[in-house]
Unconditional design. Structure first.
Length: 201
């Protein structure tokens, strides 16, 4: 099982345009034929003007085949990309290996907290295990499978009505970093809101 987390930095003032276009053109016409969409979020805190979407693929090889096929479709090039690409300032794709089966919320009404860690070389797997065991309620914990292979990511879901302290769990994370922070070179955090067409919501 392979997950792909895509990030788009959208031009200021254009994020609603991009999300609407993706929801009207790309997502319904892609269906599950080119990977299974798991989540689609806009960033509220952290990566401002950012959009994350998460896809599931059988393998790296099947992803490459499906992406190549998608690139040949007229509607993809002329209806979706022709409108969406001018809105994008940056695009990143991370191929990820989950440490365990994902655990999305059973009901809607959540905000999501994504943390991205760049670990010291040689510590990635150990840090990922500690993270997974310390926060077992997380939706998913991943290690990087492409690009920066020292990355570890974790996604949590919280009730939308939760306060900032409940979402960030500041004291718990400070304790975790006191114990395991020596394995971390850099950490990023984004608070995300699912868009209307996100399967995980």
């Amino acid at each position: 099982m392979l997950h792909e987390l895509r990030y788009y930095q959208i031009a200021a003032g254009k994020i609603e345009d991009y999300i609407n276009h993706a929801g009207e053109v790309a997502v319904p016409r892609r269906g599950h034929d080119f990977g299974r969409l798991l989540g689609f979020w806009s960033c509220e805190i952290g990566a401002l003007n950012g959009v994350f979407n998460l896809w599931e693929h059988e393998s790296v090889a099947t992803r490459e085949v499906l992406r190549a096929k998608l690139a040949t479709l007229d509607w993809w090039r002329n209806e979706y990309l022709a409108h969406s690409q001018p809105l994008m300032q940056r695009q990143l794709s991370r191929l990820l290996t989950p440490l365990a089966d994902v655990k999305p919320p059973a009901a809607p009404g959540h905000v999501y907290h994504l943390r991205i860690f760049r670990t010291r070389a040689g510590t990635t797997q150990a840090f990922a295990r500690q993270l997974h065991e310390s926060f077992p309620q997380a939706v998913a914990t991943w290690t990087g499978n492409s690009g920066d292979v020292n990355e570890v990511l974790q996604l949590e879901a919280h009730p939308a009505a939760a306060n900032v302290e409940e979402v960030t769990q500041t004291q718990r994370w400070r304790a975790f970093f006191r114990a395991h922070g020596a394995m971390v070179e850099e950490a990023q955090s984004s608070l995300m809101k699912p868009v209307a067409f996100s399967p995980w919501c």
